[in-house]
Write a protein that binds this ligand. Structure first.
Ligand code: ZN
Length: 424
């Protein structure tokens, strides 16, 4: 059975509020709390639920539509018994802020500026607006920008709230045209191993590993190190504005490259039957105690997560589902015999201390990720008797794909039909 899933996302942003209007928004979240409590109070009094929205709206110092959203939330909570205490009565009488809920183009608005930043405008009270610029994760900014530009997307309700005293906006977006295939329905699992200077992809089907591709992007690593040095220099010279400019330039460069790489990953994945793209959930690793220096280094390189997210949402656009697995041992496990030992891996070389299998270490990791992904989908994982030749491509700074580079780090003792190149 194919359970088609509509593309729905909640995008989180921080609000850079113009002038000193932050208190306006804060007051509105207090008013939102009042509307919530008042709804609960009226419901407790036995007032007809149909009458509650208008009665609360008449006294709330909020735009009517926003009040209605808050009332609906409170009534919904009562309906689900979340607001009842042990005596069977609603218990909710809290103080403090409550998210300001609003409908798009009624309680809030979003506009993409010429420089690509997104401006928000939230109605806190009738004729009182809070304006400014959205800040946050590049991937979320990009999705929202795309959503605002396309009829395929619906911008839904938002919640404005304070998180650790920082004002935030959580926006719901829905893609009405595209659907993502149910991942249980997949026939190929694509393991994606993201590293500082490359990404390794392996496609696993019921017949074994179909193909492997390593996309090298040494210029991302190089540029990040170069910018890092430059930033350090101007930092010492105490020129914060130059420092910020460099940071922006670097971010744009890296983002642009990562977008190209993520597009490449999705295009490569599309050639296989019903693929599901599998990533390591690096967040999960942070809670684990011993994950070694490789993982430690990777966690501190933000672009990994950005690349995963860019790929995930581009894949969703093409209907390709994604899955996330725990990264534990993916780089130390032998994909052929399963023997797991840290000494198996030495930089980009993998040599199993048990069966002697040799491989490009990142490819090995991508196979392990695919195997974990297939287990997550409840597959009977096929026994791997051989692995295909590793294909390598290199992304140049121009964005073009270079001729395939020959490497000695490929699987030995298995079929070696030479290195084939791909281009796009
Ligand atoms: Zn082995």
């Amino acid at each position: 059975m194919t359970d088609v899933q509509t593309l729905v996302k909640t995008l989180d942003f921080q609000l850079d509020i113009q002038s000193d209007n932050e208190s306006l928004l804060y007051d509105a979240t207090l008013e939102s709390r009042w509307a919530y409590n008042e709804t609960i109070r009226l419901a407790k009094e036995g007032v007809d639920w149909d009458e509650i929205p208008d009665r609360v709206a008449a006294n709330a110092d909020l735009v009517k539509n926003t009040t209605q959203r808050v009332v609906a939330k409170a009534l919904g909570a009562m309906e689900n018994y979340h607001e009842y205490d042990d005596f069977g009565l609603p218990s909710h009488t809290k103080d403090g802020a409550y998210p300001l809920r609003a409908n798009y183009e009624e309680g809030y608005n979003l506009t993409v500026r010429d420089d690509g930043t997104i401006e928000f405008r939230i109605s806190t009270r009738p004729y009182k607006h809070v304006k400014g610029v959205l800040e946050g994760d590049d991937a979320h900014i990009d999705i929202l920008r795309a959503a605002l530009a396309s009829d395929e997307w619906t911008i839904g309700t938002t919640e404005a709230l304070f998180h650790d005293e920082t004002p935030e906006l959580h926006v719901n977006v829905t893609n009405t045209e595209r659907t993502v295939r149910d991942k249980q329905d997949s026939r190929t699992v694509i393991g994606v191993d993201v590293n500082e200077d490359n990404v390794a992809l392996s496609a696993l089907s019921a017949d074994g590993v179909e193909d492997t591709l390593v996309i090298d992007f040494p210029e991302i690593k190089f540029e990040r190190h170069r910018y890092f040095t430059m930033r350090k220099r101007v930092q010492n010279a105490e020129k914060p504005s130059i420092h910020d400019t460099l940071e922006g330039r670097e971010a744009r460069f890296v983002r642009d490259r990562l977008h190209k790489v993520s597009r490449h990953i999705v295009e490569w994945s599309q050639q296989f039957e019903k693929s599901c793209i599998v990533f390591e959930d690096l967040k999960e690793m942070r809670d684990s105690i011993d994950y070694g220096t490789r993982m430690n280094r990777r966690l501190h390189h933000l672009p990994f997560r950005a690349l995963q997210h860019y790929t995930s949402y581009k894949a969703a656009f093409e209907g390709i589902p994604t899955a996330w697995i725990n990264p534990e041992y993916t780089s130390q496990r032998c994909p052929m015999c399963g023997h797991t030992e840290r000494a198996n891996r030495h930089k980009k070389r993998f040599k199993c201390r048990d069966c002697g299998h040799q491989d490009h270490s990142d490819r090995g990791a991508s196979v392990n990720i695919a195997v974990k992904g297939s287990k997550k989908l409840d597959w009977n994982v096929p026994a791997l008797n051989s692995l295909p030749q590793v294909r390598k491509v290199r992304r140049q700074a121009s964005g073009a794909v270079d001729a395939p580079t020959v490497t000695s780090d490929t699987a030995r003792g298995h079929h070696s039909d030479g290195i084939r190149g791909v281009s796009d």
